[in-house]
Structure formats: C-alpha cells, structure tokens
Design a protein around this ligand. Structure first.
Ligand code: NMX
Ligand code: MLT
Length: 420
C-alpha cells in the first residue's frame, strides 16, 4: 500500500481534484474532496460501496451464520481492512480472535458504575471507551519510541482489541440502564454480533440475525461523515485508537448524525399517539407540517451526500417485509415513506427528501423487543467502529499526515472578494 501511495503522490501529487467555493467554507465543506478514505465510497445516487461492493452484493457474497441468512459483520471487518472478501473459515477465525480479546478490563465496569444509570448511553459509551485507553498498545509502543513505519501494527492490535470489547461494553451499558444490571457472560460459541444480542439479553435467532445485518450496514459511510472524520482527525495527531474512536463517538451522539435513530423513534411514537387508528395521508401530512413549522427537522430524512433513498434503508425495508410485514410500526414507516418526501420537496430547500438509514432501524429493533430508543446510537457506534478503526489502521500504514486545513476569517473573504 505504501509503495502505491508513493507512486500516486509522485505521479499525481500536483493535479487538481476540484475547486473550493466560499459556500463550501461556510456550508459544512459539502462536496469538498479533501481526504483519503480507502474502506468505502459513497455515491449520491447509488449509495455506499464497501471496497467496491454494494449492500445487496455483500448480502450474497459475505459468509453468514445460517443458510440464506444475514452477513456476519466479521466479514465486513475483514473486507474493510484487507480489501478482500473472506471465506467462511477466515470469518470464523476472526470471530475466534475477537472472542479471545473480548474480556473487559475490570476498571471499565467500575467507571461505568461511577456514572448514574440514567446518564445517556452515548455518554456512558464514550466514557467506557476512554477508560479502555489504559490498554492501548499503540500508546505504549509510541511512548517506548517506535519507528514511524511500524505505527500501523499496534494500531491494528488496538483496532482488534477495541472492536472485540465493544459489544460487552455496550451490553453492560444496556443492562445497567434498562434491565437488572446483571452482566451476561459471552457465549464463546457465538459470533461477534450474535454475542452482542445474547449479552444484551436477547437469545432468539431473529434478534441475532437483525444484529448481524445492523452491524454490517452501519459500519462505514466513507470519510466525511462526522464520526468518521472526527476519528480520522484525532487519529492524525497520533492519538491512539481509543482516544480517536471516543472523539468519533461524541460526534455520532449528535442528533443530525447518529442520534437521529433515537429521534426517529421518539417522533414515530408521537405520530403514532396522535394518529390513533387514523393512518390517513391528510392527518400524517398535518403532523409532518406541524413538525416543520415548529422549526424542527423530520428525523431520518435527508442526507448531506445521498440524493436517493439510502440503500441501508432499502435493505432494512426488505428485512421488515420478510420478517415483520404486518407490524403496525413498520406500516407507519412505510406510510411515511409515501408522504414525507413530497412534503420535504415542496419546502424547496431540502436537497434530499428521501429517507436515510435511521428512518428504519429503530422499528426493527422495537419489533424484537429492544424498545429503549436512547440506546440505539450506541448500537450504531459499535458498528461504526469497524469502519473508522479499519481506516485508522490503514491511515497509519500509509503514513497520512496530521490534518491541518487552513481557516479564514470573514474579513479575509471581504478583502479577497470585495466588501459587502
Ligand atoms: N427535515 C427538515 N428540514 C430538513 C431536513 C429534514 N429532514 N433535511 C434538510 N433540511 C433542511 C436543512 O435543515 C436546511 O435548512 P436551512 O437552510 O433552514 O438551514 C435545508 O433543508 C438544506 O439542507 P440540506 O442541504 O438538504 O441538508 P444538509 O446536507 O445541510 O444536512 C442532514 C443533512 C442529514 C443533517 C439533514 O438532512 C437533516 O437534518 N436530516 C434530519 C436528521 C437526520 O436524519 N440525520 C441522520 C443522517 C444520517 N446519519 O445517520 O448520520
Ligand atoms: C453516516 O452513516 O455516517 C450518515 O449517513 C451520515 C453521512 O454519511 O454523512
């Protein structure tokens, strides 16, 4: 990889990739091509491709736990890290490797216990990730004075350690916040996602299959989204993977990003209560307008890059049609899909009126009994770690530089382009 990167730099280093407008600087850098992200690429029309593969392709090509089942997320971790599709034996070996690294340092649970059980699960999650930082092999190796060409190796070790420990961490948060607080030990015979469901207290096959799909599709969404970019930025200062991931997770906790899945459920519950049995288009339109008129967004709709329905929404819809076609909350989600895009388009300002991943995920979890929506972003975060930490390993392998873009002031703009 390094050799290829040197060649790309030597051959194309001074080529121009695009232009930077004032709107980009003022508008969240939308569309600005300015970072390298190898693990996935987002197309505005067709959605995410993980190392070139679409979600439907991966549902066919990645090893599964059962015949015609959902992909095992260990498979996507392998793919993101190596660029190659793994065999079932390789996925099983990675499952075993993660399982051997899964035990939590005892103090992580004590850190969690120091927080009130009603602290938001995302707050607990980032605190627990920071508590695990004591175990960072990269931080220890850096302190002992390693050569920069070797950074990737302990970053890779930390990546595996962290990914291995996140399900138990998240499950501990779930159990202390919403259940009896008793920790459920992992089942060494289970895969990474199946074990996550099991440790949360859900032993049935349906929840395990949903967890496998959920963990696969939320793993990566190219580099510019807030959680990926934050992880990347902090990692570029050679902060270790635990510090970097915690930064990303604090970004994921924002309602315009990962917390949207929680917000969707809260909003769906309000809509459901208001509607009663009346699923009429008129009544739903009224409620959508009332949310917009109160200066709030419709959670789960819109996207900074996508301009069509998110394929992650579509595959969850297909899962619902297969496993829970008559579930009333699924029917409501489907009805909203018919109505919301037209209303958002009519505002004349929403660039993408279509649903994103978060518009669907909560309803599937509700069906299987995971009804505590404040926990949903933690599940998103466990999955997102697969992508952002894989890229962090690759970033250190190819020696990407510390991030330091140039900022400007409004006076600078006026001096350059004219006083307004
Ligand atoms: N409901 C109402 N207004 C919206 C929505 C929406 N779902 N989406 C965009 N807009 C508004 C947006 O607030 C902005 O208004 P204003 O000019 O008054 O500030 C205007 O439309 C133009 O925004 P866009 O350029 O279309 O969207 P942008 O790229 O700035 O933001 C999101 C993208 C995803 C932040 C935005 O669509 C949104 O807030 N959606 C709802 C929250 C959500 O579902 N987030 C989850 C994203 C996926 N994820 O998991 O991270
Ligand atoms: C994501 O999965 O990160 C979201 O869809 C947000 C984004 O890509 O900007």
């Amino acid at each position: 990889m390094r050799e290829r990167m040197h060649k790309i730099k030597a051959s194309h280093g001074d080529k121009i990739m695009g232009e930077v407008t004032v709107n980009m600087a003022l508008g969240g850098m939308r569309g600005l091509k300015s970072m390298l992200w190898e693990t996935s690429l987002l197309d505005s029309e067709n959605g995410i491709r993980f190392r070139g593969y679409t979600i439907p392709e991966l549902q066919k090509k990645l090893p599964t736990a059962k015949p015609n089942g959902e992909p095992l997320p260990e498979g996507i971790l392998w793919l993101l890290l190596t660029g190659e599709l793994p065999s079932k034996a390789q996925v099983d070996s990675l499952s075993a490797e993660l399982s051997s690294r899964a035990e939590l340092p005892e103090h992580v649970l004590r850190v969690l216990d120091a927080l009130p059980a009603k602290a938001h699960p995302m707050t607990q999650f980032t605190c627990a990730i920071m508590a695990m930082q004591t175990e960072s092999k990269f931080a220890a190796a850096y302190l002992s004075g390693m050569h920069k060409s070797e950074y990737w190796d302990p970053v890779f070790e930390d990546t595996l350690d962290c990914v291995a420990k996140l399900p138990a961490t998240a499950a501990a948060i779930y159990r202390r916040s919403f259940k009896d607080g008793k920790i459920i030990s992992p089942d060494p015979a289970l895969d990474w996602a199946g074990n996550f469901a099991h440790m949360m207290g859900y032993g049935d096959e349906g929840t395990k299959e949903l967890m496998r799909l959920y963990m696969t599709i939320h793993s990566d969404h190219e580099g510019g989204n807030v959680s990926a970019h934050a992880t990347h930025l902090v990692g570029s200062a050679l902060s270790d993977p635990f510090c970097s991931l915690a930064a990303g997770m604090n970004g994921l906790a924002g309602p315009l990003h990962g917390l949207a899945n929680q917000e969707v459920l809260k909003w769906l519950n309000i809509v459901e209560n208001e509607l009663g049995d009346d699923l009429s288009s008129e009544k739903i339109s009224e409620l959508v307008h009332s949310t917009l008129n109160s200066g709030r967004v419709i959670p789960g709709y819109g996207h900074a890059v996508l301009r069509k329905t998110d394929p992650r929404y579509t595959c969850q819809r297909e899962f619902a049609m297969k496993h829970l076609p008559d579930y009333p909350k699924f029917k409501l989600v489907s009805k909203l899909y018919e109505i919301v895009p037209t209303i958002l388009s009519e505002t004349g300002k929403v660039r993408n009126p279509w649903p994103n991943v978060d518009a669907h995920s909560g309803v599937l979890l509700q069906y299987y009994g995971i009804t505590e929506e404040n926990f949903y972003t933690v599940m998103f975060g466990v999955s997102r770690a697969l992508g952002v930490l894989s890229q962090l390993t690759l970033s250190r392998a190819i020696g990407l530089a510390i991030e330091r873009p140039k900022s400007i002031t409004s006076e600078w703009l006026e001096e350059k382009f004219g006083k307004v």
